[in-house]
Design a protein around this ligand. Structure first.
Ligand code: SRM
Ligand code: SF4
Length: 571
């Protein structure tokens, strides 16, 4: 809602914290030095997010800690930015070592192509941040009310368009990175500069009203789910040359159960821009949201609500007046899927690339699959790069013909190659972190989806659907971190062991799903879905996707507008 000027509502608490934080310094240095607690001060938990750090606690230990009167088992999650998802083997080795030395011996590849380290304690937080800096990586703006890790289709095998798109993604990322020196002062013992010398030319003192997400898609792949981004660029090329981008604005997925004023929304494609304008357009879109986004209610502060409240035409006019020129007509493009292409592919430059399946992006060593060690061994000999995908997977990119047999041998030795019997359902799955680290989780996600898929796989196998890619996504709460509202089957946690089931999203990420059944107990999920899967196996039309089938067969109605209306869901 647009505010009433006579009685303006008060700003949210976070606005005050940003304003007084002295360009994101807060009292972080003192908080880190305070050894009486494993936590940092409340206000610093807000400030630290802009440095890529979340204070959490181990939720598995909450009850026990409470019983014994101890403070919560405080831990920190560090999110490391990887613009476009591309990093070097040297960087891989350093991040891998930090996870072992200071973290939980696991690496988390996120749905936005970044790394997360979990279970870092306050004592080693600064040392870990310095280790990340040694890897020539950083966490600035990986979280907080700023432009986050910029996503880009990481496909290295069709490099004609993908190379320049990655360059543009990196340029936008660099341009929209906050310029405060606070990060250097707090974590890297950088020289302290006076407040008067500090400025934040794009953001100003209070940064953005809320998080802001940018992504670059290269059709026909919509792997980054461009319509869920606040700001999206859809690459348009001709004869292998990148010409420019269609611009999409106003996507976002977060909502709260039972709060009809919050909803997932897919972005609007509002026009075309030539390639050389991409940084300028990114900045101006961001500043419209900076100036018009709702700073009073954080549940209503994303760009999607600014656009929904004021209208797409208003937004386009405002943007064009700031640009001083008009966007061109949207150019034709087509998306065909939002998933990854697994296994070996050969690039236009003659190099090989292997896409691995990393279940839910969690890399760890288990007895059956010593995956983390395997990738470390690969990184030691690999001369190309690593590419984190938007589906929590990993591409070993740029493998030479001579190196391929060595990489292949390591993939086999460490059981990293794609298993023969794995189903398309599992390969198309994503789950968010949820328990035990996420403070907002209402139910399990990453620790539960693999088991649920094993149960569903029995039905899938029985129906002969092993090869069928069915996009299945789960989150532990309605915030949408694994983009569940774009799952052909989506699960969203409501309470421990209970999930809303959503059906009917489009395979290419262009249509949101709809609520099929609310609050289904874990043990009832297979019974709910098995009859639908069986009917799909026998009644589907040639080439018909599962999401489309669930609409044609009448299980749910198609979401015709981007927005997912709660009223419709509950009917
Ligand atoms: Fe997310 C908050 C994890 C992608 C929407 N997200 C969180 C926090 C930080 C919980 C918190 O605020 O205390 C989670 C940390 C859990 C943990 O222990 O690690 C968390 N989000 C993740 C990751 C790690 C999920 C994953 O398994 O990969 C993803 C990290 C991405 C990254 O590298 O930056 C992640 N989060 C997303 C996405 C998907 C995307 O961006 O493509 C979304 C939906 C898109 C969107 O933003 O609309 C998403 N996360 C949220 C929201 C809801 C935002 C909203 O507008 O309502 C929250 C809660 C909030 O901001 O208040 C949230
Ligand atoms: Fe946590 Fe919810 Fe995001 Fe899952 S969707 S990581 S439970 S905030």
């Amino acid at each position: 809602m647009i505010s009433d000027n006579a009685n303006p509502p008060s700003l949210s608490k976070v606005e005050g914290i940003k304003e007084t934080s002295n360009y994101l310094r807060g009292t972080l240095i003192a908080s880190l030095e305070d050894r009486s607690t494993g936590a940092i001060s409340d206000d610093d938990t807000t400030v630290s997010k802009f440095h890529g750090i979340y204070q959490q606690d181990n939720r598995d230990q909450r009850i026990e800690r409470k019983r014994s009167g101890a403070e919560k088992a405080f831990i920190f999650m560090i999110r490391i930015r990887v613009p476009g998802g591309v990093c070097t083997p040297e960087q891989w080795l350093k991040i891998d070592a930090l996870a072992d030395q200071y973290g939980s011996h696991t690496l988390k590849l996120t749905t936005r192509q970044a790394f997360q380290l979990h279970f870092i304690t306050k004592e080693v937080l600064k040392t870990t941040m310095q280790g990340i800096n040694d890897a020539v990586m950083d966490c600035i703006a990986a979280c907080g009310d700023v432009n986050r890790n910029v996503m880009a289709n990481p496909n290295p095998w069709q490099s004609a368009l993908h190379g320049p798109v990655l360059d543009d993604a990196r340029a936008v990322s660099a341009h929209l990175t906050p310029s405060t020196r606070a990060y250097h002062e707090v974590w890297l013992d950088g020289e302290k500069i006076s407040n008067d010398d500090e400025e934040e030319p794009i953001y100003g003192k209070t940064y953005l009203p809320r998080k802001f997400k940018t992504g670059f898609a290269v059709p026909p792949s919509n792997d980054i789910d461009v319509y869920t981004q606040d700001l999206g660029f859809i690459a348009i090329g001709e004869d292998g040359k990148l010409l420019g981008y269609n611009l999409s604005v106003g996507g976002g997925l977060g909502m709260s159960h039972g709060d009809t004023k919050t909803y997932p929304r897919l972005a609007n494609v509002i026009g075309y821009l030539p390639r050389e304008k991409v940084v300028e357009v990114a900045e101006k879109v961001l500043t419209v949201q900076r100036d018009f986004g709702d700073r009073t209610n954080r549940k209503h502060a994303r760009l999607k609500y600014t656009i929904e409240d004021r209208g797409v035409d208003w937004f386009k006019n405002e943007l064009e007046s700031r640009l001083g020129w008009k966007l061109g007509e949207t150019r034709p493009f087509e998306f065909t899927s939002s998933g990854d292409r697994y296994g070996w592919t050969k690039g236009t430059d003659g190099h090989w690339h292997y896409t691995l399946f990393i279940q839910n992006g969690r890399l760890r060593d288990t007895e059956e699959q010593p995956a983390k060690t395997g990738l470390r061994e690969i990184a030691k000999i690999h001369t190309g790069d690593f590419r984190l995908t938007a589906n929590q997977n990993l591409i070993i990119g740029g493998v030479t013909e001579e190196q391929k047999p060595h990489i292949e041998a390591l993939l086999a030795q460490y059981k990293l190659d794609i298993p023969e019997h794995i189903t398309g359902l599992r390969l198309s799955s994503m789950a968010c972190v949820a328990l035990p680290t996420c403070g907002l989780a209402l139910a399990e996600s990453e620790r539960y989806l693999p088991q649920l898929i094993s149960e569903l796989d029995q039905v899938i196998e029985e129906c002969g659907l092993r090869e069928s890619e069915i996009v299945i996504r789960m989150t532990g709460c309605p915030n949408g971190c694994a983009r569940p509202y774009l799952g052909e089957i989506g699960f969203v946690g409501r309470a421990p062991g209970k999930y809303n089931i959503y059906l009917g999203a489009a395979f290419d990420g262009s249509r949101l799903n709809k609520l099929y059944k609310p609050s289904v107990k874990s043990e009832e999920i297979v019974n709910e879905l098995a009859p639908i899967i069986r009917r799909y196996a026998t009644e589907r039309q040639e080439g018909e996707r599962f999401g489309d089938f669930t609409i044609r067969a009448g299980y749910v109605k198609a979401t015709t507008e981007g927005r997912l209306f709660h009223e419709e869901i509950m009917s």
